[in-house]
Design a protein around this ligand. Structure first.
Ligand SMILES: [Zn+2]
Length: 136
């Protein structure tokens, strides 16, 4: 039984190690928007004008609200892209970690408390309730 369990435990350690090695991460998506600056004299007020830009933004859902941050430079866009990529890795690792843990839980034998000879017996012992000596 330990033979099937130990490689899974090794996998779990490996996954946890990979999670530790992740770089900065955050969820979100990068959107590319154009906008109108609002100046009445600007050519972008004309209806056929596409607007200024493109402007890159990082969009995130936080507590069901959408929050956006401007990404003002190509370097800021690249930084956000790598953070999002790391987040995807994190999520994939977490999914694997849950899956491997589920298998471990299924295979892990129930600990028999007192004598190991009784392990084969499936007698259910009544659980001792906590002593309420303080109440007396
Ligand atoms: Zn404008």
């Amino acid at each position: 039984m330990t033979d099937t369990l130990s490689p899974l435990i090794a996998d779990r350690s490996e996954l946890l190690g990979q999670i530790c090695e992740l770089g900065d991460f955050q969820p979100g998506s990068i959107t590319n928007a154009t906008r109108r600056c609002g100046k009445p004299s600007c050519h972008c007020t004309k209806p056929d004008h596409p607007g200024h830009g493109p402007h890159f933004q990082l969009t995130q859902k936080i507590n069901r609200k959408t929050a956006t941050q401007n990404l003002p430079s190509p370097a800021a866009v690249r930084k956000a892209q790598s953070e999002i990529a790391e987040y995807r890795k994190f999520r994939a690792l977490v999914d694997e970690l849950v899956a491997v843990n589920r298998r471990i839980c299924r295979l892990r034998p129930v600990k028999q408390s007192a004598q190991p000879e009784q392990a084969a017996q499936e007698k259910k012992r009544p659980r001792r309730s906590a002593k309420k000596s303080h109440a007396n």
